[in-house]
Design a protein around this ligand. Structure first.
Ligand SMILES: Cc1cc2nc3c(=O)[nH]c(=O)nc-3n(C[C@H](O)[C@H](O)[C@H](O)COP(=O)(O)OP(=O)(O)OC[C@H]3O[C@@H](n4cnc5c(N)ncnc54)[C@H](O)[C@@H]3O)c2cc1C
Length: 414
């Protein structure tokens, strides 16, 4: 297998990977290679023809396609070697300055030997099986991403009457897209007593189009032999168990599964990186470096991001860290402190801090609440938050000197 030596290999050409490749090249990293398994760059963005991208970063509300074009233009103007239709099948860790990746392309198989890697392979969608939906599996059962790609990339209408399982942002946005294309969305079904997506998306995607949202409900089963004919839906009790007496049949020919994303970490885990069960992504330090020195993670492969700007800034930080790693030889520290996740929170990223630099923490609340306080008792830090929702990432910046002086760090939400 032909081997190429590179300084930085970026796996994944979505917003996180594109931002990483561009930033590294701008900083002067030589021999930057970006690989993506799809025919085009941009990751999820090209299939997102809706607005809502880039407002925080560029002060302009763009569609996913517009933002993808902006990022691709930035990379194209720099010295980045891009391989599309290039599927990374295996990654390995040989030594401090040598990580390997085996990549299959239409022109043959390659092995890259890289000083540093930014892993930005995004996320995959949970399936019908993972959502516990039983019954038959006829035509008309698709994940939200498949529906979005069918409609907005290939121009295929996947059905006429739909039920959407899951009210995260992806489910809400797809419900609106289907409605705009003339599909009757009979219900968006959500297990929890609150919607899973951003408030702005509940208003703009459901309320504005009078699409019913069934909270505390579950899709139990699919019915139909060749094509979906109906789905069974039931209310759930406080333990999230279906109440049998409430089961009802909703006739439809399309069931859209939008029950969450999972970081794609198989390659990282295969190379030996430690995975955090709370995020599903790798454990990283304040440089977004995984437990494999010189291998960094960003975007949805690190933690599921609701805002594309977070994925991009993680990509840029990972690139800056790769640059420092190549120039200074890494970040060995005797005193990494593990941030403990306290009450009211699902996770914190990065998980390990040493106080080399100011650090932005990404946190997610366990449940919605009003007038909450984010506390780090060891630093005497308390931040008031008017309203928190699991769908919206909370961010908090800590000063390097505060991290340095703390013996332990716990973050909690009360
Ligand atoms: C339906 C939907 C709507 C959204 N709407 C908004 C919105 O309105 N506003 C907003 O700010 N954010 C939105 N987001 C969130 C935002 O799009 C994501 O946070 C962002 O795209 C994550 O970027 P990423 O680069 O980590 O992953 P991705 O965009 O998923 O890119 C990952 C890339 O890695 C490649 N890859 C994976 N595995 C391999 C491999 N083994 N070898 C080679 N390549 C590989 C994939 O082909 C893909 O191109 C939305 C997300 C979705 C799913």
């Amino acid at each position: 297998m032909p081997t190429r030596r590179v300084d930085l290999l970026v796996v994944g050409g979505g917003p996180a990977g594109l931002a990483a490749a561009a930033r590294a090249s701008e900083l002067g990293v030589r021999r930057v290679v970006l690989v993506d398994e799809r025919r085009w760059l941009g990751g999820i963005l090209p299939q997102c023809i809706h607005p809502g991208f880039g407002l925080h970063r560029y002060g302009r509300d763009m569609t996913g396609c517009e933002l993808a074009e902006k990022l691709i233009d930035r990379v194209s103007s720099l010295d980045v070697d891009v391989y599309t239709e290039a599927h990374t099948v295996r990654m390995g860790y040989e030594s401090y300055l040598s990580k390997t990746a085996e990549v299959l392309t239409p022109r043959g198989a390659f092995r890259f030997r890289a000083k540093t890697v930014v892993y930005a392979a995004g996320a995959r969608e949970r399936t019908c099986f993972e959502a516990g939906i039983v019954g038959s599996r006829p035509a008309g059962v698709y994940t939200a991403g498949e529906v979005q790609e069918m409609m907005d990339v290939w121009g295929i209408l996947p059905g006429r009457e739909a039920v959407v399982a899951g009210s995260g942002d992806v489910g809400l946005i797809v419900a609106r897209r289907l409605t705009l294309e003339g599909v009757k969305v009979k219900a968006v079904v959500e297990l929890m007593p609150y919607p899973g997506g951003l408030l702005r998306n509940v208003v703009q995607c459901l309320e504005d189009y009078q699409i019913p949202l069934l909270l505390s409900h579950v899709v139990l089963a699919v019915e139909g032999s060749k094509r979906v004919e109906s789905v069974l839906v039931a209310e759930v009790d406080e333990n999230l168990r279906a109440r049998e007496e409430t089961v009802k049949r909703i006739p439809c020919d399309l069931l859209v599964i939008a029950v969450g994303l999972i970081p794609r970490v198989e390659l990282l885990a295969g190379a030996g990186a430690m995975i955090d069960p709370k995020t599903g992504g790798p454990v990283v330090n304040e440089f977004l470096e995984t437990s494999l020195p010189g291998v960094f993670a960003a975007g949805n492969a690190l933690v599921i991001n609701d805002l594309v700007e977070h994925a991009m800034e993680q990509g840029e930080l990972a690139a800056e860290s790769a640059y420092r790693f190549i120039e200074d030889g890494g970040f060995r520290s005797a005193s990494w402190k593990r941030v403990r996740v306290g009450d009211g929170l699902r996770f914190v990223v990065p998980q390990l801090l040493a106080g080399f630099r100011d650090v932005k923490l990404y946190l997610r609340a366990s449940s919605p609440s009003e007038n909450a306080r984010l506390l780090i008792p060891e630093l005497g830090k308390s931040v008031r938050l008017r309203s928190v929702r699991p769908a919206e990432m909370i961010t908090l910046t800590l000063k390097a000197e505060d991290v340095l002086k703390a013996e332990r760090l716990t973050v909690k939400l009360v």
